[in-house]
Design a protein around this ligand. Structure first.
Ligand code: ADP
Ligand code: ADP
Ligand code: MG
Length: 458
């Protein structure tokens, strides 16, 4: 296989992609903003090209500049990572129109599944259950009212183009609906360039489960599920594979539904179908598809032994899937915790700074995917994710013990991180028992956040 891969992203995911590309024998080109000249991915790539100032809108989101960088370096393929342009159908089209290979599903598949309203319709068409809510876009109060007559309150107002936990509001009564619909529409237009909204019934005490799939444009396989119920502001904080909440028959039905939905759009590449799961009724409801590699993909790699980024690149370069469904086996339990440059004791305020001493955990079943090195200055312009600590062990209790052990070894001096939060979670009886839903962590933080003093050092 030969290709020269341009990585249109930054941070830990750029490092992850370069590692996969090198193992495949591909050449790599890293683009970077002026603020990112020192980042690890620039050091690891074969070539690097500056694409503009720190602001993402003037660098990582500039389609024309990124395509020019591909042209000037002779790159033949583009990997978008997650965030930035990863779910931008227009970028996918532009990459292909420039004669380059897009490491992801086609622009059309992104339009069908990346837009949350379109994805709900696609789910209905193949009989995959969704959360009760609006059929299409809801723009006005007059359109919202009849939907709520069906679903009842509380109802969620969601931006069709939203992501990363943003663009979601809850209305508990008619007065809140009247106030929030116009406000949400304006904000979605400003934040996502698309004011489209839709409504969903609020599913109380839900767990977040999601199915990893891989497709080659013809065949689709699943790699089982992850559970990401521990969330803050609807963003994942701690993820696990498999979910301990699922019964085997529910797991099979869930994974089957994800494959059916991905097949319906001839999906190519790696993708994730997200669901809410009610562990009392055993019902699951499709909520959205992420048409890209996800932050938490490593835990699936740990329990299946398959390198998802490598397979994603292979199928997008034109190879057929090298696995059939029967080849995919689950083994053991894996947990990922996100390490952000945020201070949990100060409302998770992002705190950039320069990394002093860095001690990376190791030993059996421990993996550290990060952008960090000692002396690196974390710039203030981007997402605060520094990296992820991932562990694997034979079963969940052992994996939690291993996580606590590895967090104990981890030292990141120079800025506060979410390490202390994860240490406290690993010791918590509810977490250890798996007794949580998507609202558990917010409630826990109300009582415990003050005690999570950070490891800052000098
Ligand atoms: P995952 O499901 O992989 O955890 P998230 O939804 O948390 O994905 O998003 C991954 C990254 O991409 C985060 O850094 C998030 O801020 C960013 N992101 C996701 N969707 C969008 C969007 N629509 N616009 C901008 N950034 C986004
Ligand atoms: P994003 O694109 O921001 O990831 P999602 O639709 O995936 O948005 O929702 C993010 C999170 O918000 C979910 O993981 C879940 O915790 C919560 N959520 C979303 N929809 C609902 C719902 N209908 N009822 C209850 N919680 C929900
Ligand atoms: Mg989501």
């Amino acid at each position: 296989m030969s290709a020269k891969l341009l990585i249109a992203n930054r941070g830990e995911i750029a490092v992850r992609i370069i590692r996969a590309a090198k193992e495949l024998g591909l050449e790599t080109v890293q683009v970077y903003s002026k603020a990112d000249a020192d980042m690890l991915a620039v050091q690891l790539a074969d070539e690097a090209v500056e694409i503009g100032p720190a602001q993402a809108t003037k660098s990582y989101l500039k389609v024309g500049t990124i395509l020019e960088a591909a042209k000037s370096t002779g790159a033949t393929a583009v990997h978008p990572g997650y965030g930035f342009l990863a779910e931008n159908a227009g970028f996918a089209d532009a990459v292909e129109a420039a004669g380059l290979i897009w490491i992801g599903p086609s622009g059309n598949a992104i339009r069908l599944m990346g837009d949350k309203v379109a994805a709900r319709s696609a789910a209905h068409a193949v009989g995959v259950p969704t959360v009760p809510g609006s059929e299409g876009h809801v723009k006005t109060l007059a359109e919202a009212r009849p939907v709520v007559e069906q679903t009842g309150y509380p109802v969620m107002i969601k931006a069709a183009a939203g992501g990363g936990g943003r663009g979601i509001r809850i209305a508990r009564d008619e007065a809140e609906l009247e106030r929030l619909v116009p406000q949400a529409s304006q904000e979605a237009a400003a934040a996502f360039g698309d004011g489209g909204l839709y409504l969903e019934k609020l599913i109380e005490k839900a767990r977040h489960v999601e199915v990893q799939i891989l497709g080659d444009g013809e065949h689709v396989i699943h790699l089982f599920e992850r559970e990401c119920s521990l969330q803050r502001r609807r963003q994942k904080v701690w993820e696990e594979a498999p979910s301990i909440a699922l019964r085997q028959e529910t797991r099979e039905a869930l994974c089957r539904s994800a494959v059916a939905l991905a097949k319906a759009v001839n999906y190519k590449g790696a993708g994730t179908l997200e669901y809410l799961y009610d562990d009392i009724t055993h019902d699951f409801y499709f909520i959205e598809m992420n048409t890209r590699i996800q932050v938490e993909h490593p835990i699936t790699e740990m329990v299946t032994g398959i390198d998802l980024v490598r397979e994603q690149i292979r199928v997008c370069l034109g190879e057929k899937l090298r696995f059939s469904q029967d080849d995919i086996r689950l083994r053991g339990h894996s947990i990922e915790v996100r390490l952000n440059a945020e201070d949990p004791a100060k409302g998770f305020m992002p705190q950039p700074g320069t990394i002093g001493r860095l001690r990376v955990p190791g030993g059996p079943g421990v993996r550290f995917d990060s952008m960090l090195y000692s002396g690196y200055t974390v710039p203030p312009f981007y997402d605060s994710l520094l990296g992820k600590l991932i562990v694997w062990d034979e079963d969940r209790p052992s994996a939690i013990n291993r996580l606590a052990r590895a967090l104990g070894e981890l030292v990141i001096e120079g800025l506060p991180t979410t390490r202390e939060l994860h240490l406290a979670l690993a010791a918590d009886p509810d977490v250890r028992a798996g007794r949580f839903d998507t609202t558990w962590l917010e409630r826990w933080l109300e009582h415990n956040a003050d005690e999570l003093g950070g490891q800052v050092g000098h």
